[in-house]
Design a protein around this ligand. Sequence first.
Ligand SMILES: Nc1nc2c(c(=O)[nH]1)N[C@H]1C(S)=C(S)[C@@H](COP(=O)(O)OP(=O)(O)OC[C@H]3O[C@@H](n4cnc5c(=O)[nH]c(N)nc54)[C@H](O)[C@@H]3O)O[C@H]1N2
Ligand SMILES: Nc1nc2c(c(=O)[nH]1)N[C@H]1C(S)=C(S)[C@@H](COP(=O)(O)OP(=O)(O)OC[C@H]3O[C@@H](n4cnc5c(=O)[nH]c(N)nc54)[C@H](O)[C@@H]3O)O[C@H]1N2
Ligand SMILES: [Mo]
Length: 688
Amino acid sequence: MHPAAAPETVAPVTTRTVRAACPHDCPDTCAIRVTVEDGRAVKVQGDPDHPPTHGALCQKVSRYPERTYHPERLLQPLRRVGPKGSGRYEPVGWDEALDDIAARLSAIAERSPEAIVPYSYAGTMGLVQGESIAARFFNTLGASRLDRTICASAGGEALAATYGAKVGMHLEHFAESRLILIWGSNSIASNLHFWTLAQQAKRNGAKLVCIDPRKTETADKCHQHIALLPGTDGALALGLMHELVVNDWLDHDYIERHTSGWPALRERALAWTPERTAEVCGISPEEVRQLARDYATTRPAAIRLNYGMQRVRGGGNAVRLIAVLPCLTGAWRHRAGGLLLSASGWFPVDRQALQRPDLLRGRQPRTINMSTIGDDLLREAGPGFGPRIEALIVYNSNPVAVAPESAKVVRGFQREDLFTVVLEHFMTDTADLADYVLPATTQLEHLDVHTSYGHTYALINEPAVAPLGHARSNTQIFRELAARMGLREPCLQDSDEAVAAAAFSRDVDFQALRQQHWIKLPLPEAPFAEGGFPTASGRCEIAAGGLPDHVPNHESATTAPELARRYPLAMISPPARNFLNSTFVNVKSLRDIEGEPLVEMHPDDAAARGIADGQLVRVFNDRGEHRCTARISGRARPGVVNGLGVWWRKFGIDGTNVNQLTHQRLTDIGRAPCFYDVLVEVRAEKAA
Ligand SMILES: Nc1nc2c(c(=O)[nH]1)N[C@H]1C(S)=C(S)[C@@H](COP(=O)(O)OP(=O)(O)OC[C@H]3O[C@@H](n4cnc5c(=O)[nH]c(N)nc54)[C@H](O)[C@@H]3O)O[C@H]1N2
Ligand SMILES: Nc1nc2c(c(=O)[nH]1)N[C@H]1C(S)=C(S)[C@@H](COP(=O)(O)OP(=O)(O)OC[C@H]3O[C@@H](n4cnc5c(=O)[nH]c(N)nc54)[C@H](O)[C@@H]3O)O[C@H]1N2
Ligand SMILES: [Mo]
């Protein structure tokens, strides 16, 4: 900054504090206080009064003003002028952009509405700027529907099959647990406000056990780390059940009254001796025995399951099996016992009111799975698929970076005959391939209301500042597109306030939310102490949809031996602490902390390949290659390499990221991607 421009000598004329909520796809959904000086947001802080947030924000969100006022922020509509991918765009006015987009979409909609596909995920988790006016718009058109599977649908559907909904323990009660299994979660990085409570429990004498192939920062701080192979969590759960049965560590009364289907699963579990379990999981039999003993004999015992363990072929079955454990021991009897994967099912969100599926008027458009967008963009019209995709409207997502098997995703987005509109804050990898890029507002510039999948408070986000430049909110953009396309449904013009006020069907009054900033849902303290699961039977449904089992990975030595000979290393690619999926990768201060795209390797695997720390390597399989730096580290277990974070492709050495190596095969339940079920080989590129 030019020294003369430094503002610190001039006292602000007006200062106010605005109550906001963190919009990111994270279980914590923090309550934020934004300090606004003379119309500019200068600081964001965690709300000290909101119990889960407890006054603390993570490092990346504390940089939210830096992201919002980033010099590369998109501030006016852009139209492509060069070939796709050339990066040549010209600024255009909103009227010109929206008129042209409306005309092109209308022409497609008249012929073949399903050729129009929305593509969105959780860039913001807000109920208003997410699927409200946008969903109404696509429903009115009769556009293809999007199956939003990219993150949590395997575990989410599995949990709902077992418990009846995505529900679990209250976050706060983990502080009172005596044993916490942190299972498939790097909580310090991705669930920081849970970690604070786990620390409290630890200080009170609780034992913390981390179950994760990677020795994460979280594993470092737990008493024990069980470094199982990726995709073997279902086997571990069966092995634990074996021990519960043979030692009779079962709560027979709870099982009898509050579960259904146990006898058959009991038989199956008896085949999973600690030795067999250990063999499959790549751990020792003693680890299985010890974990079972701890879990069965410590009260209260809690499981913080997270979505990291369900990004494999058997992810759904694994969640079903793990969710049975607290029913077998009766851990649910105590409010600090049980399990939390997601709390989102507790929220009385009125999706009918928000999304208005009635606007389909009996039409049943096809559904496109967002996790196979690579294949689907390249698919011709045909029976079983329907029309070729002609137009894609992307908002709240960066599919070119985050969707699996990037080579195909990129080829799809590069189709010259595809009309792509991207609503964004920045020129992401996806925006780079758009016909139109429309500048969207950030959380500081629009109204929203929020649920959480990690706690049980609804929150409001009041706009703190006016939209920057010519940015418009997602809702505003869809309202205007609808008007220009002649769509006359009055609800397409609802204001953000009206949408926010309709978002909850009960318990959360919008005006009260405006007054109070956040509202805790009225829920029982120990939700399943006396059973009462939200299933049809009220019981934990162990065998709904068939008996759960360990389902091995798509890509493993057992299921694909020939492949495993050529590509003997399993690769996982969990989140980087200072990014949020691919968001924040362009914030330099955060990118500098993460350094560069890298792959962590165990010293033995590196030595076997003559790879030195810091060396440039080629990670590859039949789908492609990704060159990055090798970090030789005890964070990787033997046989598994860790590619951290979803970097923007354009920051990669060859313009690739880890998704160059992932595939589009889906999970057993929930039609989700298998990001952590991948085999690769690694070779040194040149001498260190
Ligand atoms: N800082 C930060 N926070 C985030 C995100 C981020 O990108 N950065 N992402 C957000 C999103 S979108 C989500 S969905 C949530 C939750 O996102 P999650 O995917 O749950 O993220 P993590 O907590 O990092 O948990 C992943 C952990 O699971 C481990 N893992 C990988 N494969 C397996 C396996 O087969 N079994 C077991 N037991 N563990 C495995 C990984 O090594 C990693 O440590 O986090 C959110 N929070
Ligand atoms: N290899 C690998 N791939 C992964 C994962 C992994 O662990 N490994 N994780 C997967 C998971 S769990 C998830 S959830 C997905 C995440 O995939 P996405 O949901 O696509 O998440 P982000 O990469 O954060 O991209 C969100 C984009 O939305 C934009 N955005 C934010 N707010 C707004 C808004 O108000 N309006 C508009 N128009 N845009 C906005 C941001 O600028 C950002 O570019 O990635 C998945 N991909
Ligand atoms: Mo996610």
